[in-house]
Design a binder for this molecule. Structure first.
Ligand code: SAH
Ligand code: SF4
Ligand code: F3S
Length: 479
C-alpha cells in the first residue's frame, strides 16, 4: 500500500481509475491532516462507533483502514476530533440509539466547535432520515451511505474544504472497488465480503432497500484476499453475505457457494471457515455435502427461521413452508450429526396469532437450536409489511415473545450442555473480561469456553476439556 501511495503525484490530474483516485485522495488528505494537526496542536484523533451486523463491522474495518493510511490516530473514545457513526436500521431501536447519541455528540461539539461528526451506514440510505438530520441535527459535517464507503478519503477531503453539511448518498451501485486499505479488529480472524446487497425482499425487511441489489465478488478476488490474510496470520475467516447460498449467480462465469467454499478450503494455512447468512430456500444438497466432507468449515449453521407458521412465512415472502424447513433441518442433522444450528425469529409480524406463535415454538422444540436470536417485529417504512393492516398490539406481542424466549432458552441450555466432558479444539480469541487468569475461546460450533491461560495463547487453536457447562458457555482446561 505504501508503494502505491509513494507513486501518486497529488499535483498531477486526478486519476480516472477509481482505485488510484482513492489513493490520490488519501495522499491529499495527509496534507490536510498535517494542517489540522498544526491548528489543533495535537495528533488528530478519530473514533468509529459501529451499530448493526457483521457487514457493518467489516465496513468499519475498511473505514479505519483509510483513516490510518491518512494518518489519524484511531481511538475508541468519542471525545475524538472526528467521530463516525456507522449506523443500522434493521429495527427502529437501532435508529433511536443513534438519535440519542447524536444529542450527546452535539453537547461535546458545543464545547469543541472544531469537532467533526460523520454518519454513514444503512440508516443513511433512507431519505426520511436524511431530512430529519438536515432539520434537527444540522451540526453533522458529513453523511454518506452504504454504496460509497470506498470513497471515504475523497468525502473527508470535501468535508474539510466545506463549511456546510456534505451529503453523498447513492441509491444503488453495480460497482465493487477492490484492494483498498482495511484494518482488522482481530489479527487472527477476519470477515470477508463475498457478496453485497439482497434480492429477497422479505416483506418486513429494509435491508434490500438500504444495501441494494445482490452483487457477488469475483472468486479470484476473494481467494486472493484470503491468501493475503492468511499470510498476515489469520486462521479463521467468516464469509459474509445477506444470503450466501445465492452467491455467484450473477457472475460472468456463474459459480455456486459450495464451489466457492471448496476453493477456500484449499488455501494452505487457513484453519477455519465460517459463513453468514444462509437463506433456507437456497440451501443446496451440494452445500450439505461440502460441509460434511470439509475439514475446515465449522460445525455451525445459522439458518434463520423467522416464523414456524406457513401462513406467516407466506406473508413474510420467505418462500418455504414449515414442513420444508423442518425437512431441511432434519437432513442437515442426519448428514452432519455434531453440527450446531442457530436461528433468527421474529415475533409480532402483522396478523400473527397465538396459534402462529405456537407453531414457531413447535419448530424450536423439534429442531433443538443451539441458540436463537428472537426479535420483536419492527415496522420499517417502505416495506410491504408496514402497509399491512393487522399490526399486532404490543401486549399480545410481548406475551408471545416471552413464551417463545423461555422455550428457546431451555432448548439452548440442553443442547449446549451435551458436550460436557468432551475435548474440543478452541480458537483463543481474548483474555477473559472479568478474570485475567482466564482466556476465552470459541469452539468450531461457535460455543464459548473460558479456561486458564495467558495472552500468548491468543490467536492459537488449542485442545480444551469442557469441564462444566454454565447454561450457554463452558469453563474448561487446556490439555
Ligand atoms: N440476511 C439475513 C438477515 C439480516 S437481518 C437473513 O435473511 O437471515 C437479521 C435479522 O433481523 C433477520 O434474520 C430478522 O430476524 C431480523 N429482522 C429483519 N427485519 C426485521 C424487522 N422489521 N423487525 C424485526 N426483526 C427484523
Ligand atoms: Fe432481509 Fe430477507 Fe434479505 Fe435477509 S434475506 S436481508 S431478511 S430481505
Ligand atoms: Fe443493520 Fe444494515 Fe446490517 S440495516 S443489520 S447494519 S445490513
Amino acid at each position: 500500500m505504501k508503494a502505491i501511495l509513494a507513486e501518486i503525484d497529488v499535483n498531477a490530474p486526478i486519476p480516472t481509475d477509481e482505485h488510484n483516485k482513492q489513493y490520490y485522495y488519501i495522499k491529499k488528505m495527509q496534507t490536510v491532516l498535517r494542517e489540522e494537526e498544526l491548528k489543533l496542536g495535537h495528533k488528530v484523533t478519530a473514533c468509529i462507533n459501529t451499530f448493526g451486523c457483521q457487514m457493518n463491522a467489516r465496513d468499519s474495518e475498511k473505514l479505519i483502514g483509510i483513516l490510518e493510511h491518512i494518518g489519524y490516530e484511531v481511538t475508541e473514545d468519542e471525545t475524538a476530533d472526528l467521530v463516525i457513526y456507522n449506523t443500522c436500521t434493521v429495527r427502529d431501536n437501532a435508529n433511536q440509539r443513534v438519535y440519542g447519541r447524536l444529542g450527546f455528540l452535539h453537547s461535546m461539539k458545543k464545547k469543541n466547535p472544531e469537532k467533526k461528526i460523520a454518519l454513514c451506514g444503512c440508516m443513511m440510505q433512507e431519505p426520511s432520515v436524511i431530512e430529519k438530520i438536515q432539520k434537527s441535527y444540522s451540526f453533522v459535517n458529513l453523511i454518506f451511505g452504504t454504496h460509497n464507503i470506498f470513497k471515504f478519503a475523497e468525502l473527508l477531503y470535501t468535508m474539510y474544504s466545506s463549511d456546510r453539511m456534505v451529503i453523498d448518498i447513492w441509491e444503488d451501485t453495480d460497482k465493487i472497488v477492490e484492494d483498498l486499505p482495511v484494518e482488522r479488529k482481530y489479527p487472527f480472524k477476519s470477515g470477508i465480503n463475498i457478496m453485497f446487497g439482497c434480492n429477497n425482499f422479505c416483506s418486513y425487511c429494509i435491508v434490500p432497500y438500504v444495501r441494494g441489489r445482490e452483487r457477488s465478488r469475483n472468486p479470484k478476488d476473494i481467494i486472493r484476499e484470503i491468501e493475503q490474510l492468511v499470510a498476515e496470520g489469520v486462521v479463521e475467516v467468516m464469509l459474509l453475505g445477506q444470503n450466501v447460498n445465492s452467491y455467484g449467480k450473477n457472475l460472468e462465469e456463474p459459480m455456486t457457494f459450495a464451489q466457492l467454499l471448496q476453493e477456500v478450503e484449499k488455501i494452505e494455512g487457513l484453519e477455519r471457515i465460517r459463513f453468514m447468512t444462509s437463506h433456507p430456500k437456497d440451501l443446496s444438497d451440494e452445500l450439505i455435502e461440502v460441509m460434511k466432507n470439509s475439514k475446515k468449515i465449522c460445525k455451525h449453521l445459522h439458518l434463520p427461521l423467522q416464523s414456524g407458521s406457513t401462513r406467516i412465512l407466506k406473508e413474510m415472502n420467505r418462500r418455504y413452508t414449515k414442513e420444508q424447513y423442518l425437512a431441511l433441518a432434519k437432513k442437515i442433522r442426519e448428514e452432519i450429526p455434531d453440527i450446531s444450528l442457530t436461528t433468527d425469529i421474529i415475533v409480532g409480524f402483522p396478523g400473527e396469532t397465538s396459534e402462529d406463535v405456537e407453531e414457531t415454538i413447535s419448530v424450536v422444540k423439534e429442531v433443538q437450536y443451539d441458540n436463537a436470536f428472537t426479535f420483536i417485529y419492527s415496522k420499517r417504512t417502505g416495506t410491504p409489511a408496514a402497509a399491512m393492516e393487522n399490526q399486532v398490539p404490543e401486549d399480545v406481542v410481548k406475551e408471545g415473545f416471552d413464551k417463545l424466549l423461555k422455550v428457546v432458552q431451555e432448548t439452548a441450555r440442553s443442547r449446549v450442555g451435551r458436550m460436557q466432558g468432551q475435548i474440543q479444539a478452541a480458537l483463543v480469541e481474548e483474555m477473559n473480561e472479568h478474570d485475567t487468569s482466564l482466556v476465552t475461546g470459541r469452539l468450531s460450533n461457535n460455543t464459548i469456553v473460558h479456561f486458564p491461560g495467558d495472552e500468548s495463547l491468543i490467536g492459537k487453536i488449542v485442545d480444551v476439556k469442557l469441564t462444566e457447562c454454565h447454561g450457554f458457555y463452558y469453563t474448561g482446561e487446556m490439555i
